[in-house]
Structures are given as C-alpha cells and as structure tokens.
Ligand binder design. Structure first.
Ligand SMILES: Nc1nc2c(ncn2[C@@H]2O[C@H](COP(=O)(O)OP(=O)(O)OP(=O)(O)O)[C@@H](O)[C@H]2O)c(=O)[nH]1
Ligand SMILES: [Mg+2]
Length: 490
C-alpha cells in the first residue's frame, strides 16, 4: 500500500512539474500545441506489437482471464484497441466487457491521452476503439492491442501511416511488448526501426520486452533453437548491439493442450513457459511509468532549455553586432567629419572661414552621418544580419555531443520560426529567467527524481514512503542554485 501511495504521489508531483514549469514555455514558443502533460496524465499503458497472428490478442485474453479480443489464424483484427479498467461494478461481479467506445470519442476526449493521434485521420479513427473491462489485471494499467504487422506492400492499403501511429503510441506508453512467432521471426524490423527512432535511446532497451510466442509450434527442440538463433541474429542487426536482449519464450497453454494428441510436444518439458513471468513484468508498468515520466521531464526540459539557450545566444549576437555597428558608424562619422574639415581647407569658398566654422562643419557632417546610420543604415544592416543569422541558425549553438545534436534537431525549426515571427525582438530578461528555471528543473530536479526512483527500488516499503517522497518534494520545491548561463559557451 505504501508503495502504491508512494508511486502515486511521485507521479502527481512530476505531472505538476511538467504542467507548471514546462508546459507554459512549451506553449509560448510553439514547441507543443497541447499542454505537455496531455500524453502522460492518464494511467500507465502497455502496447502489444507483433506480426499478424503472433498471438497478441490470445496473450491479452490470457492476462485478462476473459475473451475480450477476437482471435484467429488469418490476420484477424485490423484495429487498435485500448483496453482499460472499469471499476463501476461490484468487486465480486464476473469479469466482462462493460463498455465499448469508438475512435472518434477516444480521440476527442481530453480525459484520454490520444488527442495527438487525431492527425492520423478518419481511417485511423475508424480503426481505433476503447473497451472497458472489470478484470483485476487492469487495475493499475491499460493495455493496447494492435493490428498485426503485415508485409510492407500490404501495409500501404491501410489508409493511414501504420508506422507513424505505432511510433506515436510508443511515445505515450510505458512498456512495449513485441511478439514474434516461429513462422515470421523476421517481419518486425520496420516496427522496431520506428520504435528506435521515437523512443529516447536511453530508455529504449528498458521499455521493450521481446517475446518469442507460440513456441509449442516448433517441430522439435532443435527447430526451436534454430528459430531462437535467427531471432537473436535479427534483433542484434536491428538494435546494432552484440548483446542479446532477454527474450521471453511463451505459448498459450490451452493451444498446446489442443495439439497434444496430434503432435509430439515432449520437448516443451525442458522449457519453462514464461507467460506468468511475462504477466508479472507487464504488471510493473506503473513503475516503468515513473521512469518514463522522469525521462519525459529530462528530454523536454533539455530541449526547451536548448531552445531558450539559442534565443539568448541570438540576442547576445545581436548585441555584439549592434555595438560593432555603432563603433563602425562612429569611426566613419569621425572620418566623414575630418574629411569635411579637410575640405574646408581646399575648397575655395570655405578656405577663408574661421576655425569655429570649420569645426562646426566637421561636427555637423559627423552628426549627419550618425543620424543617417541611426535612422536608416542601422535597420538595413540589422535586417541583413537577422536574415543571415536565420540562414546559419546552427551557428547559434555548440553541438558538442549527440545529445546536443538530438535536442537541437528537435527545436531547430521552432527557434527559426520564433525568430522569424518576432523579427528577433523579444525580452532577453524574460528568456533568461525561463531558461534558468528550466535548466535547473532538468539538471537538479530530474537528478533528484532519479535518486528517488533508485531508492524506491532499493528501500523497504516503510522507508520508501518516508524518505523518497521528501527527496522529491525537495526537488520540486526548487533547485539550490541557479545554473550558469550556458549561452556564455555559445
Ligand atoms: N499453437 C499456438 N497457437 C496460438 C498461440 N497463441 C495464439 N495462437 C493461435 O494463433 C492464432 C492467432 O492468434 P491471435 O491471438 O489472434 O493473434 P494476433 O497476433 O492477435 O493476430 P492479429 O490480430 O490478426 O494480428 C489464433 O488462432 C490463436 O488461437 C500459441 O501460443 N500456440
Ligand atoms: Mg489480434
């Protein structure tokens, strides 16, 4: 109970952090159209991916203890189904589907985190739905069943971009199960690529569980080893890593039972069906959610800080440019004045004038030149400078490592747009203040959150409740010191 409360409190503190500190800045600069917390405020979610007929729906039905999803040998289900808990029935009511809602409702109700998927259009909306079930398995999480992956030629007939939808969902959810089956161990490549592109690389490996399902359909132990080997090889090609991620080996007990008579399944004796283990891992989704939230704060904090840093760098550059421009104008003004005085000594009608008039002519010419610069030339040069800086926008920020390059990639166009829209005129003080807040949040705040999460994993329940929360509350109360202005490095 302590643990649950602790997780809940930690979660709401982090949401508050996002809503109060990141969202206002994200909305102001066009970093996001909707409040950032929209996608993370709902319950923890698990996304189930895999090729068609790999047993996704059967596995989900097993978890729920109820046949909620249709199953079948051919590609059976071409919809995304969010399955969530309904607590409106008495605790002893038998598990059942209590409500079904269509995609339109789901995409337009701000209670759910799916508003950002509206962009995938009508065809997608027609293949998206929600089911409420009173199965205890769903008490702390929702699970999303997906249409099976087909080969890429058939994919094009769907009428919406399947890879994009998977990518967007993967960003919202906390845990992704990728199911393979012995017949089609190689076809998940495309989904995996889009996952890799959309999940922050740091948490990618932790948030994906690989499952080799339907292992009861292998002809023998040797056949299973062959399939397992192929899958490992494919995964290492996809992840670019030599170490093999953990692969859960599972099968549906009832399906295996049904085949017992007709086939020799004796090799299964040597294998543990890891379904229960997988179920337990899936039920850890609320903990993954905390980790996901911490990454969310870090990633968006870092990107927003980078955005503001570039704006500060722009203003500093402008200031240097203006100072240089003024000095140059001054020098030219003095030269023009000097030139005018020189002329009074050689141009006949002025040759006889006294020294005061000569000085007045020189001073007047210098002032005239400065006036011309202030009213006309300065703006002309500034416009040129502004256009050139926007063209060479990368010069506003040092990109010394991959993280910097990634975050710049995410905000580069937003910075350009902001500079274009404002003509480079915005309050430097305001941007500096926002930058200091956000940099402190992602440097200090997220460190504290990570520490609290580590302690959550290590401590006994009582201690967790007492110590961890204090840490997080301290983190949220604000950082101890204002971080240095990173634009000085620029
Ligand atoms: N032998 C065996 N059959 C299975 C297993 N899991 C599922 N099946 C069967 O395989 C077929 C496909 O299962 P589904 O659960 O519908 O697969 P799916 O991944 O949801 O398929 P789509 O929704 O069409 O993408 C069904 O006929 C299931 O009964 C398993 O572990 N072993
Ligand atoms: Mg299915």
């Amino acid at each position: 109970m302590y643990r649950d409360n602790y997780i809940k409190a930690l979660r709401s503190e982090m949401l508050e952090m996002v809503a109060e500190q990141l969202t206002p800045v994200a909305l102001r600069y066009g970093y996001s159209d909707v409040p950032l917390e929209t996608t993370i405020k709902w319950r923890p979610q698990v996304l189930v991916l895999g090729s068609y007929s790999s047993g996704k729906s059967t596995l989900i039905n097993d978890f729920l203890g109820l046949k909620v999803q249709a199953t079948g040998q051919a590609p059976t289900d071409d919809s995304f189904t969010v399955i969530t808990y309904d607590d409106s029935l008495p605790a002893d009511a038998p598990p059942q589907v209590t409500e079904t809602r269509d995609g339109k409702y789901l995409l337009n109700d701000s209670e759910y985190p799916f508003e950002s998927l509206k962009k995938h259009g009508q065809r997608f909306a027609a293949h998206f739905r929600l089911k409420k079930v009173n199965a205890p398995f769903l008490k702390n999480l929702a699970i999303i069943d997906t249409p099976g992956m087909l080969d890429s030629i058939t994919e094009r007939d769907r009428g919406y971009d399947y890879q994009e939808v998977i990518g967007d969902l993967a960003q919202i959810v906390d845990l992704v199960l990728v199911l393979f089956d012995p017949h089609k161990a190689g076809t998940v490549r495309e989904a995996h690529t889009s996952l890799r592109e959309t999940l922050p690389s740091r948490t990618f490996e932790d948030r994906v569980l690989f499952v080799l399902n339907r292992i009861d359909e292998c002809a023998s132990m040797i056949d299973l080893l062959r399939v397992y080997g192929t899958l490992c090889w494919n995964l290492s090609q996809i992840t670019g890593r030599k170490d093999i991620p953990m692969i859960h080996l599972t099968y549906a007990q009832q399906e295996a039972e049904a085949q017992k008579e007709s086939r020799d399944l004796s090799y299964l004796r040597y294998l543990e069906n890891q379904r229960e283990e997988l179920k337990k891992a899936v039920q850890q989704a609320p903990t993954y959610r905390l980790d996901n939230l911490a990454s969310f704060v870090e990633t968006h904090g870092q990107r927003l800080a980078h955005l503001l840093e570039a704006l500060i760098a722009y203003r500093k550059k402008t200031r240097r440019f203006s100072a240089k421009g003024f000095l140059t104008a001054l020098v030219y003004g003095i030269l023009a004045g000097g030139g005018a005085i020189g002329l009074t000594f050689v141009v006949p009608p002025l040759m006889g004038t006294d020294i005061y008039l000569k000085a007045a002519i020189g001073g007047g010419t210098a002032l005239l030149f400065l006036g011309l610069w202030a009213t006309f030339l300065r703006h002309l040069f500034y416009k040129r400078f502004h256009r050139k800086t926007i063209k060479q926008i990368d010069s506003l920020t040092p990109l010394f490592n991959q993280t910097r390059r990634d975050s710049w990639e995410a905000v580069r166009d937003i910075v350009t747009k902001h500079l274009q829209n404002t003509g480079g005129r915005f309050s430097l003080r305001e941007v500096r203040r926002e930058h200091a807040n956000i940099a402190a949040l992602y440097q200090e705040g997220s460190k504290e959150i990570r520490e609290a999460l580590r302690e959550l994993a290590n401590l006994s329940e009582d201690e967790e409740a007492a110590l961890g929360l204090n840490r997080v509350q301290a983190a949220i109360a604000g950082p101890a010191q204002t971080p240095p202005d990173p634009a000085t490095n620029a």
